[in-house]
Design a binder for this molecule. Structure first.
Ligand code: DGL
Length: 283
């Protein structure tokens, strides 16, 4: 009798969604990868569109915002949380890990691991927001694994608005990429981490600028992989795709749902019907 109850309970836990959050639309590149690699998992996505960008905010503010979002996601009965935002992973993840009792992962560690595996000459570049570069987090993770590796960080703040304006392949973006990336080319990095949620969307521009000998690392890919491993290890993986009538993906934002929806529909392979606005300050 007890065992049956337990099994039922576990079944329910496995079927709960994964909470994924970001400062706005960028984390959809991570959600997209989770959808690809874990097609049976339900997702509750929150994009903080009212308070984006996080990349130029202080540690304290990013922690405060992230805590509110985690509290909101917990009201959605999530079984695990993915901090899809690099800036929030850099500043808030270690704090959140101590405060929540469900598994929580960020994107930085996965990106760092992939880069170490990819580099041949031990020179890794990181492009990201000012917050992520300022935190030195990629450097810290990489050095902890291999202290001989040289890590060069470069903040590229203009990439975020360029991506949000849809200028993914545009002469303006080519020009800005040259200005930002030339110093990384000059020092001879052979691996470059796309350390911001938006950058995978301009991967071809960055790739063209860096040249064919530089490996580009998208932390979203390895994060989805790590999530899968973690859910399997903890017995939390959803064994089957939710049945008809169950919403697989739900989207929440703190402002401008229409704009979010339009962006989401330009990068996700299926159409999202709605994104609900919530008041995140209440959490
Ligand atoms: N999502 C952010 C990150 O990955 C980029 C956008 C922002 O600055 O909020 O760091």
């Amino acid at each position: 009798m007890d065992i049956t109850m337990c099994e039922k309970e576990e079944q329910l836990l496995c079927n709960r969604p994964i909470g994924v959050f970001d400062s706005g639309v960028g984390g959809l590149t991570v959600a997209r990868e989770i959808m690809r690699q874990l097609p049976n998992e339900r997702i509750v996505y929150f994009g903080d569109t009212a308070r984006v960008p996080y990349g130029n905010k202080s540690r304290e503010t990013i922690i405060k915002f992230s805590r509110q979002i985690v509290r909101f996601l917990q009201t959605q009965q999530v079984k695990a949380i993915v901090v899809a935002c690099n800036s929030a992973s850099a500043y808030a993840l270690e704090v959140l890990e101590k405060e929540v009792d469900i598994p929580i992962i960020g994107v930085v560690k996965s990106g760092a691991m992939s880069a170490i595996q990819a580099t041949r000459n031990g020179k890794i570049g990181v492009i990201a927001t000012e917050a992520t570069i300022g935190s030195g987090i990629y450097n810290r993770y990489i050095q902890a694994i291999d202290s001989n590796t040289v890590v060069l960080g470069k903040a590229c703040p203009l990439f975020v608005p360029l991506v949000e304006e849809g200028l993914w392949e545009d002469p303006v973006t080519d020009e800005i990429a040259k200005r930002y990336l030339t110093e990384l080319i000059d020092v001879g990095i052979d691996t470059l981490i796309l350390g911001c949620t938006h950058y995978p969307l301009i991967r071809s521009t960055v790739g063209k600028t860096m040249g064919p000998d530089v490996t580009l690392v998208n932390p979203a890919y390895e994060t989805a992989h790590e999530l899968k491993r973690m859910l399997q290890d903890m017995g939390l993986e959803s064994g089957h795709r939710p049945g008809l009538g169950t919403e697989l993906y739900r989207f929440f934002v703190s402002d401008a749902a229409d704009k979010f929806q339009k962006f989401a529909n330009s990068i996700l392979t299926y159409g999202i019907l709605s994104a609900k606005v919530i008041n995140i300050e209440e959490f």
